[in-house]
Ligand binder design. Structure first.
Ligand code: BGC
Length: 415
């Protein structure tokens, strides 16, 4: 970050220049490029257009934003930041510290965000007492999707416990179906793994792991159990599944080539874009032992500072995307849920409704995603994902060894 700050100071003074752009059109960088993600963005573009604000799309493909964040960093360093970008979690707060994002306190005040949004959402977009981004939607990471037609044909019980998953897997295998769709792509492995940390460790241990203040928590026996569970799940996927895109895993599930998939609920948006319907073609259950828990990743648009002076249009964007109608239209297509507490959950599908109600329920535990930047900076989350990737792709590596690696990474990050 130190380097980034220095280079930024230089780039702002030398390279930044006023671009002759329509003041009512904003350049927006994000990574929503799959069918479902595009459909969700289209909802925003359409509604913004009706309200006189143009959206100039700068989408960088790549699940989990692996490529987009690199491109974005490059553009910021070159003094040519987009007007708005999907910058989330720790990356957002790090960039706010560097003075890269436009504070949105007035928009938040005018829109009464304090009384209309989930507390966890407000917490994610507030840093150093200032509002630093406009929240778009909340994804639930601890989601287990399953194929309804297969469940009906094989008369399977909804997978609520690991035993249910194991029994369903055996029945699916007997029927010639791959039990679990899987990808060895590091960020996807990390996404599955954190749901297992929550499942095996419970919300309290998970909170310690995410806070990373006590690296010793990573040495807990329950982390070892999560690693063993991770290996077991990968075995359910068959031999050496490879690093496929998340949309390919979703396709396997949709076609009934695989029975289950553990992934963030952007998968729901994808299945809908292909004509699927929750409750009819696919269903969702919380990952076993995580009912009443919400492992969240909040998508947020940061308004980036530049010499272009787009402040009024950026504020208008922040205001409009958080309005109820746009929140509903976007999130219904994205698979995530509105950031607002004042919407009618009857308007959401089965998967989304369960997510929204879990967030809204006072007894629920919410947990920040490590794999999706809510609780770790870019380099720590990448190092953890690489270690997990090495573990799942090397059957000779013991869970104990993998745990040592995780502990070492977290110790290094805490230093
Ligand atoms: C983002 C989602 C996106 C998913 C897959 C996550 O990090 O929060 O908005 O759909 O990655 O690309």
């Amino acid at each position: 970050m130190g380097n980034l700050a220095l280079m930024l100071a230089a780039s702002f003074t030398t390279l930044a220049h006023a671009q002759s752009q329509d003041p009512a059109t904003l350049n927006v960088l994000h990574w929503w490029t799959s069918a479902g993600e595009k459909r969700a963005v289209d909802q925003l573009v359409l509604q913004l257009d009706k309200r006189g604000l143009g959206w100039n799309d700068a989408a960088i493909p790549g699940g989990g934003g692996m490529a987009a964040v690199k491109v974005l960093k490059g553009r910021v360093l070159a003094g040519d930041p987009p007007d708005a970008a999907q910058v989330i979690g720790r990356t957002l707060t790090d960039w706010a510290d560097l003075g890269l994002v436009l504070p949105l306190d007035e928009v938040a005040q005018r829109g009464r965000w304090k009384s209309t949004m989930f507390p966890v959402v407000l917490q994610v977009v507030t840093h150093g007492g200032r509002v630093v981004a406009a929240p778009l939607g909340v994804h639930r990471i601890n989601t287990l999707f399953y194929n309804q037609a297969l469940w009906a044909r094989l008369k399977l019980a909804p997978p609520r416990t690991w035993d249910d998953v194991s029994q369903a897997a055996a029945a699916l295998r007997r029927a010639g179906v791959t039990p679990l769709a899987w990808s060895d792509e590091p960020w996807q492995v990390a996404t599955v793994f954190e749901t297992l940390l929550l499942s095996e460790g419970g919300a309290s241990l998970y909170a310690e792991l995410a806070a990373a203040q006590r690296p010793a928590a990573w040495a807990d026996a329950r982390v070892l159990r999560a690693l063993t569970r991770l290996r077991w799940l990968r075995q359910l996927a068959g031999d050496a599944p490879g690093e496929q895109r998340w949309t390919n895993s979703a396709r396997q599930l949709y076609r009934g080539d695989a029975g289950m998939l553990i992934m963030g609920d952007w998968v729901g948006g994808e299945l809908m874009a292909w004509g699927g319907q929750a409750g009819r073609d696919y269903a969702c259950a919380p990952v076993p032992e995580t009912a009443d828990m919400h492992l969240y990743s909040v998508d947020t648009l940061a308004m980036l500072q530049s010499r272009r002076q787009r402040g009024p249009a950026q504020e208008k964007l922040a205001d409009l995307v958080t309005q109820p109608s746009m929140q509903l239209a976007y999130n219904q297509a994205k698979g995530s849920v509105p950031v607002r507490i004042d919407i009618d959950p009857a308007q959401l599908d089965d998967c989304e409704r369960d997510s929204w109600q879990t967030l809204a329920h006072p007894g629920s535990r919410v947990a920040p995603s490590i794999a999706h930047r809510m609780a770790a900076d870019e380099s720590t989350k990448d190092a953890l994902a690489d270690a997990l990737h090495r573990f799942v792709t090397d059957p000779a590596q013991t869970p104990e060894r993998a745990q040592e690696r995780l502990v070492a990474i977290v110790k290094g990050a805490a230093r």
